[in-house]
Design a binder for this molecule. Structure first.
Ligand code: AMP
Length: 197
């Protein structure tokens, strides 16, 4: 299976680029942010609990998101070519859980691909997205800054976890959507070739 983590801080373009990768490589999308927002919209117990964290720009507890990913992986049929993980894992604990879940499925992670974007550009992009996304956590500068801080403290170490496994790749996340996608595709194509040999 082709399992890829599309990694990067909030606002780095993970959602936009995931959509293009799914189409080109025929992979399935697993975004914990989208799954949580869906729970929230349906006002489930999990959604209402998660909202308390999301509204403050804080990470939702590990066991909640790991449970969601586990059931989505269990649902995947035999035709699934692989997954793009978007917004997950966001802590080293989640990364270790993902490694175990993939091993249980008889597969493993191919690579973490990081989108590199400066902090100044991130905050600008998220506040701009907040004008149209309908997301409360995109509108308030203090919440946006908190999300970036959570990323620096808890999520950035996930990159080291996969560097130590030799699975880390990075792509410049600044430029036009198509330019960035072109760079991502080069990395993906190299990974596919390496996987075949
Ligand atoms: P996103 O759409 O990926 O930017 O996620 C929006 C919000 O959902 C985050 O700020 C967190 O509060 C929560 N969230 C999404 N994915 C995770 C995760 N893997 N672990 C913890 N919280 C998450």
């Amino acid at each position: 299976m082709i399992n890829i983590i599309l990694f990067g801080p909030p606002g780095s373009g993970k959602g936009t680029q995931s959509a293009k990768l799914l189409e080109k490589y025929k992979l399935s999308h697993l975004s914990t942010g989208d799954l949580l927002r869906d729970q929230l919209k349906r006002e489930t117990k999990l959604g209402l609990e998660a909202k308390k964290f999301m509204d403050k720009g804080l990470l939702v507890p590990d066991e909640v998101v790991i449970g969601m990913i586990e059931s989505k992986l269990d649902e995947a049929g035999p035709d699934t070519k692989g997954f793009i993980f978007d917004g997950f894992p966001r802590t080293v604990e989640q990364a270790k859980a993902l490694d175990d879940l993939l091993t249980k499925k008889g597969t493993s992670l191919m690579s973490l691909i990081a989108l590199e974007v400066t902090q100044e550009e991130l905050v600008k992009r998220i506040l701009l997205r907040g004008e149209t996304s309908g997301r409360a956590d995109d509108r308030d500068r203090a919440t946006v800054m908190k999300r970036v801080q959570e990323y620096d403290n808890k999520t950035a170490p996930v990159a080291d976890h996969y560097k130590s496994q030799g699975k880390y790749n990075a792509v410049q996340g600044i430029g036009s959507i198509d330019q960035i996608f072109g760079n991502l595709s080069l990395v993906m194509d190299d990974l596919m070739v390496a996987n075949r040999s």
